[in-house]
Each structure stands twice: as structure tokens, then as C-alpha cells.
Design a protein around this ligand. Sequence first.
Ligand SMILES: NC(=O)c1ccc[n+]([C@@H]2O[C@H](COP(=O)([O-])OP(=O)(O)OC[C@H]3O[C@@H](n4cnc5c(N)ncnc54)[C@H](OP(=O)(O)O)[C@@H]3O)[C@@H](O)[C@H]2O)c1
Length: 417
Amino acid sequence: MAPVGAPNASELNVEPGTLPERMTAWVIREERFGEPIDAFQLEEIEVPDPGALEVVVRVMAAGVNYNNVWAALGKPVSVFRYHPEEDHHIGGSDASGVVWKVGPGVTRWKPGDEVVIHCNQASYEDPEVHGLDPMAAPSQKIWGYETSWGSFAEFTKVQAQQLIPKPRNLTWEEAASYGLVYFTAYRMLIDQCDLQAGHRVLIWGAAGGLGVFATQLCAAAGAECLGVVSGEAKGELVVKLGAKGYIDRNEFAGMMRKGGETPEEEKERFGVSRQFGKAVREILGDAPDIVFEHVGKATFPTSVFVVKPFGKVVICAGTTGFDLDFDVRYLWMRQKQIIGSHFANAYECYKANELIEQGSIRPVLWRTMGFDGVGEAHQLMRDNKHLGKIAILVGAEREGLGKTADGPGAIMAEVGA
Ligand SMILES: NC(=O)c1ccc[n+]([C@@H]2O[C@H](COP(=O)([O-])OP(=O)(O)OC[C@H]3O[C@@H](n4cnc5c(N)ncnc54)[C@H](OP(=O)(O)O)[C@@H]3O)[C@@H](O)[C@H]2O)c1
């Protein structure tokens, strides 16, 4: 059966400009932290009113990200530490939708506008927002992870600066699927690493959310990239997205750092990292100028080792652990750099979104699920059974709606789970 949106989505009997009192939302609460399939529960909850420079958006579709796997687990920290003022967590850091009500001071948007939402929030009053980068602001938070009122609900509350015009060539579910990971990958490669034509890039998890966009960005920039994946089907996907080749990480399982290795075990592990480095050079023609990291503990020593002298390891996560250790001699003697990166600022999101509008970068959609699929979608992600992105229909009654112009839509990833 085709997936369908929220149970009462089609019964919405208020026009843009007026909010209903209550809505259906998927809610995480502290007392049920655990596996995503149980931590997310459907609840009836009040619809928030937009404050100054805020907007309430009717969510048409939402995108699934790893951050709400962490939110469900309550690890490494409880999301309620980030928003102690709310006892509920409505997650969801990607959405497409319709502006429904604007708060005082909003002039750029009006009810009825079709938008996608980027997930960075920061206070208008922080000086960093006006001169350095909103990502540097003390108030900076990721909407739908470090805040509540995210996109797994009929309505979401955001700052007006989070809105971006919805690409007209995309359906609601395609438009909801890419923002968080794509904008993160854009900042990592384009701004933090100054990606250039001719660069060689190694991408961990290249068939995952971040990876599918890192791969496409390299291809669009004229850089050559190599994707590391688990399994042939994922490898085929990354080659289709423009990678020069792929390596199945299962063939080099011994290079993964577990922590607490004895000196003998570490010597053995390092030997496998060396073999992996050789395989990387054989495919790319030389060592990578850039390593795109988010796996963390398991792969970081290999990343620092294999990157070219003067090369960059850019990292935005530590999925397998955030206590990283590596042989620092390879860093200083070969003058390599480690660069931390986190999401993107609004300007980067706008620039990146233009590439989607032009069709140079395309969403990679693995599955679109109905509104009832939020817990299941996060469980699939937790169990690493997905490729690319998963979208959730919320206000959209079925798949395929919302496209108002010709142009390429999403690339469908067809294997997995
Ligand atoms: N800081 C930020 O702004 C930011 C933004 C986006 C995401 N993140 C974080 O980045 C991480 C990845 O996000 P995502 O959306 O890309 O997740 P994803 O869709 O699950 O993709 C991650 C990929 O990593 C690979 N992987 C998993 N375990 C691995 C291991 N032990 N060794 C090597 N590779 C492994 C998997 O690929 P294979 O199995 O095919 O190797 C998987 O496809 C998450 O922790 C997320 O929270 C941070």
C-alpha cells in the first residue's frame, strides 16, 4: 500500500494565517529513552504560536536524520539538557511545507509560501550572527534536535531565517529529504576544505546521508572521489553518483579501532590500515587530499594516516565513538590538518540549495514512509539498513505531490534493508 500522511492531515479545516489549537506529533519523552521504535510515540499536543521573527509552517513532509536516533536513545546526552523548558521532544530537523502563520517582525515570508527549512537557529541578538558566523553564536542550536517543535508533527515552529524557497522541481517528500546532510557536506567540502577540480577525496559511509551528497559535490566540482561502503549494492550507488570507485570496508575490517588494543593488536590493526591506504591510492591514483569523516573512533586513525601530506581530514561526527586516538606523528611530520565542522550557515544553505534547483545535485531518496513510520524509519537508520535518505509524509496525502515545475527529481536508491 502507498504511504499516506498524518491521519487528520486531509481534515485540516483552517486556512493559512489561522492555526488549529491541537495537532498530532511524534514525541520522545525522557522516561521512554531507548530503541527508536519504542521511544517515539504519537501524541496530541498544542500548536505553538509564532513569536517575534518566528514562523509556524505546516509540515508537508519531513526528513529522517541520525540526530533523532541519538535523541531517542538519550545518548550521548539527553536532548532535554538542550531544551529544559519543554518536557516533550518533537524531533525532526528537515521539512518541506507551507508557511501558515508569521510572527511579529517577519516581512520576507507570508502565509501560503512553499518552503524548505534549514535546521540552524541562533539568537538575532548574538553579535557572532552579524559578523562572524551564526554557527559560532553562543545561542546556536539545531532545530528539531537541540530544540523541540521539529518536523515530525503537523506544524513546526522555526525562525524566519531558517526558511528557503522550495525547489519547484521537487515533490514534497524529495524536498524534505536532503537539507541537514547536504548542507553539512557542502560546508565541509566547499568552505572548510576549499574543494577544487582535481582534488582527490576519500568519503567514509559514501552511500549514507552525508556520503551521497559529498560524492555528488565532488563530481560537480571536478574532484575525484572514492567511497567506502559496506556491500556491493551501496558501492554501485556511489559509482552511479559520480565516485571513481569504491572499497568495501568489510575487506579491511581489521583496520577499525575498537579502543583498548594491546601494542601487538595495534600493530596488526595498523598493518591493515596500510593495506587500505594502498588500495585507496590504487583507485585514486594518489593519496587523498581530503578525507571526509563522520564515523569517528573506528576510522579516525586510518583517516589521519592515509590523507596526503598537507591534506585535510574534515570531521562532523563520531558515530562509532567520539574519544578519538591516533598516531600524532603522521599529523605533524606530514603537516596534515584536522578540521571540525558542524552543519552550515543560512548563506551556505541558500547557495547549496541553488545547486538542487539547477539539478546539479539531486536528492537521493531510498524510501518514503507514511506518518505512522517515524519510529520504524529511525530504527532502520539505527540498524544501518538504509541508503541515502528516508522521507516521511506528513501533510502531503500521498507521494508525488508538490512538484510545480519540470526538472530532475530525486535519484531513487533501490537496494538495502
Ligand atoms: N555535525 C553535523 O552537522 C552533522 C550533520 C549530519 C550528520 N551528522 C552525524 O554524522 C553521522 C552520519 O550521518 P548520516 O546521516 O550520514 O548517517 P547514515 O545515513 O547512517 O550514514 C552513515 C554511514 O556511515 C557508515 N558507517 C556506519 N558505521 C560504520 C563503521 N563502523 N565504519 C565505517 N563506516 C560506518 C555506513 O556506511 P557503510 O555501512 O556503507 O560503510 C553508513 O551508511 C551521524 O552520527 C550523524 O548524527 C552530523
